[in-house]
Design a protein around this ligand. Structure first.
Ligand SMILES: Cc1cc2nc3c(=O)[nH]c(=O)nc-3n(C[C@H](O)[C@H](O)[C@H](O)COP(=O)(O)OP(=O)(O)OC[C@H]3O[C@@H](n4cnc5c(N)ncnc54)[C@H](O)[C@@H]3O)c2cc1C
Length: 333
């Protein structure tokens, strides 16, 4: 990586993962442009990922002078360690004066780590940014003391000067079809310690453990046999926009968090539909699910007590039925 003075001015992190909902990168490009003009510098967007070319022209159309595209199959899934390490190396190579990122969950996670790695400061959640053209210092206005005061922070000795900014603080520029920018596709060397393989990811529930109000509950018990099988319940719940619950033994086996316990010593639910899989139907459990409008039970033992309260029963192996159910729903929904 060779240092290129044309791209050492104001850097913006290209946060495209929530691109359509959250246009913070475009807003930061607009602000970065304003700061860069005062410094006689340029705006560069650094974007990491795989097959991210579609965003590049969008960044140029919104004011980026340069876009550095670090595109590699290993970067398809965001990994905080990999991203921090790689970005630190790009920053060290190009030495930007200023580096800005959105105060999204993404930016909030890796930007502080990056600042530490680069031995520089970081102002979080800035509400205003300015530059002093004489000293070239970035004036970072950020709420302090729980928002009671606004503090103006500068980073006089270390570079880059880093800040995160909330979406919506700055206005993006209008899309300019005729804008021209430099696009760099540098050669990428991923270090062995940066090669972390993501085996599985799961959507985080926004309203955590909203079991009591859920319209669909997928509940699992010991009949699922392992944590891996139990995790399939989350796939089913995702497809049906439901929540996952569990019996006490499944909690004891540490397949899932205690907050998902259903029953006498756990939560009581009243969904429109509850699918209970690999659960015997012990009274202490059924106490928690009796408020469900419709109960579908899956158990390989046709004599399992759960069938007595089920509206619909499927006798069979849950580890066969569950993947089939998920696959069928995926095709239909
Ligand atoms: C004071 C007290 C309070 C309790 N409070 C609670 C509570 O709040 N909540 C709670 O859940 N429990 C509670 N319990 C425990 C409760 O009595 C039961 O032991 C528990 O609910 C059983 O959990 P389970 O159905 O997952 O497991 P099991 O009873 O072991 O049932 C597993 C079921 O899975 C079926 N199965 C096995 N393999 C497969 C397969 N491959 N495919 C399909 N089906 C399969 C089996 O036929 C069986 O019916 C309490 C117990 C006590 C004493």
């Amino acid at each position: 990586m060779e240092t290129n003075k044309a791209v050492s001015g104001v850097w913006i992190f290209g946060d495209y993962r929530k691109y359509f909902q959250n246009r913070v990168t475009l807003q930061l490009i607009a602000k970065g442009k304003d700061l860069a003009e005062k410094l006689g510098a340029e705006v560069t967007v650094l974007v990491l990922g795989y097959q991210v070319h579609q965003y590049v022209m969008e960044y140029v159309a919104h004011g980026a002078d340069t876009v550095i595209v670090v595109d590699h199959p290993d970067l398809e899934d965001y990994q905080v360690e990999t991203y921090t390490s790689m970005i630190a190396r790009w920053v060290e190579a190009f030495q930007p004066e200023i580096f800005l990122a959105g105060a999204t969950s993404f930016g909030r996670e890796f930007f502080p780590r990056l600042a530490k790695r680069l031995n520089t400061g970081l102002s979080a959640d800035c509400v205003a940014l300015e530059v002093d053209p004489e000293t070239r210092l970035l004036l970072q206005t950020t709420p302090a003391f729980g928002g009671e005061l606004l503090a103006e922070v500068v980073t006089p000795k270390h570079r880059p000067q880093m800040a995160t900014v909330h979406p919506g603080v700055f206005q993006e520029r209008p899309h300019d079809h005729e804008a021209v920018g430099r696009i760099l596709y540098p050669e990428i060397d991923i270090l062995p310690e940066e090669r972390i393989k993501l085996l599985r990811s799961r959507r985080q529930q926004t309203e955590k453990y909203n079991l009591e109000d859920a319209k669909v509950v997928i509940a699992g018990g010991m009949g699922l046999g392992s944590r891996e099988e139990f995790e399939l319940l989350f796939d089913l719940a995702d497809l049906l926009e439901g929540e996952v619950g569990a019996t006490r033994p499944a909690i004891r086996a540490e397949w899932v968090e205690e907050e998902r316990l259903l029953g006498q010593t756990g939560k009581s639910v009243k969904p429109t539909i509850l699918i209970t899989i690999g659960t015997s139907g012990a009274l202490q459990y059924t106490t928690g699910i009796q408020g469900a409008e419709t109960i579908v039970a899956i158990n390989r033992d046709s004599n399992a007590p759960i069938f007595k309260m089920a509206d619909l029963g499927l006798v069979g192996d849950a580890t066969t039925i569950l993947p089939l159910l998920i696959e069928t729903l995926r095709k239909r929904l």
